[in-house]
Design a protein around this ligand. Sequence first.
Ligand code: FAD
Ligand code: NAD
Length: 400
Amino acid sequence: MGLPKIVVLGAGFGGLMTVRGLQKQLNHQEAEITLVNLNPYHYVTTQLHEPAAGTLDPDHTRVALESLINRDKVRLIQDKVTGFDPKEKVVRLAGTDEPLAYDYLVFALGAHTETFGTKGVFENALLINNLNSVRMIREHIEYNFARYQASDVKNEDLLKIVIGGAGFTSIEFVGELVDRLPYLCKEFDIPREKVQLINIEAAPTVMPGFDKELVDYAVNYLSGKGVNFRIGTPIQEITEDGVILKGGEEVKAATVVWNCGVRGNALLEESGLETMRGRIKVDEFLRAPGYEDLFIIGDNSLVFNNEERPYPPTAQMAMQQGQHLAKNMVAMLRGGEMKPYRYAPKGTVASLGRNVGIGTIGNNNKKVFGRKASLIKKLIDARWFFILGGFSLALKKAKF
Ligand code: FAD
Ligand code: NAD
């Protein structure tokens, strides 16, 4: 009998933590480990709002997988996963007709965009999904500023940016935009007051469910920088000209960025597994119900707290799961016992541009604001690079 085949799909927070845990703990004779990822690099999803606004070079948020993987122990396949069959135990890839067989599969392909049935999202909005989608946002804004200046007839809609949803992704993106705009306006000789940032949220508050004092801080700070918040106003449709709100009002804008939430990866539903908003309610060992060989982690897993409410999908969760899963898989392969997974939240910190932030930290949810929160956020980012590549990578990539 050959070695057990472990296939890990996705080199994001969850997948990388799993693979790196496995390559560290297993020796060559214990398993065949394969990592499949779309790109030859890992990008840091938690930083994507920065290259989207143009405050960070996209290259800064990525690291070559070659430098993160021990090729003596891990086979790296750069390809697009197009499906998998949990009964046949095979993965399908875009670049080959040959199915990839596994004994154990770790599904860590990250989230997909949630539209809630809103028309025109994929046709007319820009998305903060991956390195290329955020490159498009930066370029789109710059292109429209250039178009505005190049034309004799001034179309003010070219200078309007609508941001759909006021959850964490949007608030962090808006924070970066307010930092970037003064430079952008100077570059294109456009008066700052001509540019409109409109953040539209369906719920009655910005960052629904988050601490009110911190939300008020964020709203006051960003409003003071010229952001127009429209709360309690669901976007019903996105058109080529802008957005249509519930009730019929049209807000024209050349740039619409949709950050209205995420759902599980469509490949899970397509595989016939039972999902909730595309995600799998995993068991205590992070397995899909009914499958002892299929592990689901990161944004695709649904983990509930003591009050039976699902935890939000975060990098923090994905990292903890990946680390835990690697240990469990090692134990399993060596005939030992797996340990149940328990999420240990360490807090939530959001940036509002380069030097300001908000957050709660520790078990007692201590609130942090302003520069202190911003510094903590930067330390969290630096910690990830440290985990990936030690001090040298952290020093190269950290920004303070
Ligand atoms: P990801 O890290 O998204 O990785 C998925 C990987 O799979 C990627 O490498 C992708 O290229 C690859 N992939 C996808 N589809 C395919 C395919 N078909 N074939 C092959 N490869 C594929 N969480 C926090 O805890 N703290 C934060 O501060 C924070 N900030 C965020 C800021 C932004 C702007 C965003 C968008 C999210 C933020 N999050 C944050 C959430 C966090 O990024 C996600 O929860 C986390 O990345 C999920 O990890 P994952 O491993 O499930 O997926
Ligand atoms: P989200 O689900 O947290 O927020 C989406 C927002 O869009 C919600 O406030 C929702 O009410 C709103 N919305 C939904 N439909 C709408 C519509 N039709 N019109 C207007 N508004 C609408 O999604 P997100 O902000 O993309 O975050 C995704 C995940 O990533 C979350 O789990 C979040 O916690 C995590 N995240 C964390 C951080 C951080 O910790 N700093 C940063 C970014 C994202």
